[in-house]
Design a protein around this ligand. Sequence first.
Ligand code: PGA
Length: 238
Amino acid sequence: MTNGSIAVVSAAPEQFGTIALATLRDLLGGFDEPVVGLPTGRTPVALYEAMARRQYTFPPGARLFAIDEYCSPTRREGTNAAFFDRFLPRASCHAAVALPRADAADPHAEVRRFCAAIADVGGFDVAVVGIGDNGHVAFNEPGSAIDSGCRVIELTASTRAQVDATWTPPPETGMTVGMAQIMAADQVLLLASGPAKSEILSAALTGPVTDHVPASFLQLHPHLTVVADALALSGVSL
Ligand code: PGA
């Protein structure tokens, strides 16, 4: 199914991870030593589990970057670094996922350093992203501009509510790649699953392009692929 330049791949819920992986492989196939942005959260777990099941390894020379991280001076458990250690251990994917350090003394300098590392390798070839309950992409919260850059950002109540429930109080700020870095990717792969995402996915794909729903900016991306399960797609009429 395509809507303008949006290719939508619909998956049965139990096939979501497998189909997300097949789609990612196809997208990566167009690049030598691809530079890849990778998400965390509940949604991509199925993708990473499919990678583990199939013993998938990224193409040789792939450079992997997280798209965001919490600012967390003291706690490592629950950070995106801990997430990738668990779901994408280096031994199985053949490349380490680079992240800004959650405990950096100066998160502003840290996110600048991190973004410079992405820019040094030419920016993302493929940016894999999820969609937050409030329409955020990475930690580009509502109100983020389409040309916003990498930065430290205050997390909304909605995003803080998505954090591991044992993390109390949840972190107040995060470091994120900007909408600019995501929009500059050659290919964007948006993943969404579950009925809770149906309304926001519909707003993102078919609603007005607005900074109230940063994921709606992706409608303007020339090469957007959406892999969503039937539950998340239930509200979307393309
Ligand atoms: P989730 O988060 O997969 O945990 O719903 C998505 C996101 O915030 O990008």
